[in-house]
Ligand binder design. Structure first.
Ligand SMILES: [Zn+2]
Length: 249
């Protein structure tokens, strides 16, 4: 997540007197969660009377209906997505409290990103992520699943958080394997240009219960880039891969 130059994050930084954006968001969240308060507890502390899940054509939001403050969540979305949406809405409530911003989603992309940053700290607190990553050791596709499960977030959210905090330094992605593999997400720097790399590693991974490693070469200007992939099949033709690059002249 790009935090530089976000005017709301700059105001959070000023307010909590902390220059680093991630540490500023951590300090802000700590004001609203001093113990083990759940997302629901923090929503209630900020005036939300009910949290409703129902089928919606969007992820959810904060509403004032007949004098009652509600959070609505889309019951059709995956549980991890509902939880992220709830954390994002709590982010709106925290910023409303701190900076008097609107409680509902807006077209202000900086405000929405600031709420996402708060959501990520609520779901995956820096201290806990750092501790768990230290315990489980080197970055791998299998360990990503453990981290995501531990925090109740999507694989993508977990990968992005670990990368943004500089804890896991290699790029990672997820693909649906088929005749034309489809990239579902990618975190970090992608060494190839296409969205649909036809790597043999995907085919090998879906045949194997253990992760599979391969190396591929890509031309990038005057360089040939050697890309090491470690891919792991997580079922239903879904493959997660860690990507390491090594530039060769
Ligand atoms: Zn929003």
């Amino acid at each position: 997540m790009k935090l530089n130059g976000n005017r709301w994050l700059l105001r959070i930084s000023k307010s909590v007197v902390e220059n680093n954006a991630e540490n500023a968001v951590q300090a802000l969240v700590h004001r609203f969660r001093t113990g083990n308060e759940s997302l629901e507890d923090i929503a209630r502390q900020n005036g939300v009377e009910r949290i409703i899940t129902e089928p919606l054509p969007f992820d959810g939001g904060v509403y004032n209906l007949n004098g009652e403050r509600l959070i609505k969540l889309n019951s059709l979305a995956a549980p991890v997505r509902q939880r992220f949406t709830l954390a994002h809405e709590v982010g709106h409530l925290i910023l409303e409290n701190l900076l008097n911003t609107p409680p509902e989603c807006t077209t202000d992309i900086h405000l929405e990103r600031a709420c996402d940053a708060i959501a990520v700290e609520l779901l995956m607190p820096i201290n806990e992520v750092t501790k768990l990553a230290r315990e489980i050791g080197t970055q791998s596709p299998e360990k990503l699943g453990k981290v995501a499960k531990h925090f109740g977030v999507s694989l993508r959210t977990a990968a992005q958080r670990l990368y943004d905090l500089g804890i896991w330094k290699l790029s990672m992605g997820m693909w649906r394997y088929g005749p034309s593999p489809e990239q579902l997400w990618f975190v970090g720097k992608r060494p190839w240009k296409t969205d649909r790399p036809s790597f043999s590693v995907f085919g090998l991974a879906v045949e194997s219960s253990a992760p599979v490693c391969t190396q591929e070469r890509f031309s990038r200007g005057q360089y040939t880039e050697l890309v090491a992939l470690k891919a792991h099949h997580i079922g239903k033709n879904y493959v997660i891969a860690v990507v390491a690059t090594n530039k060769k002249a």
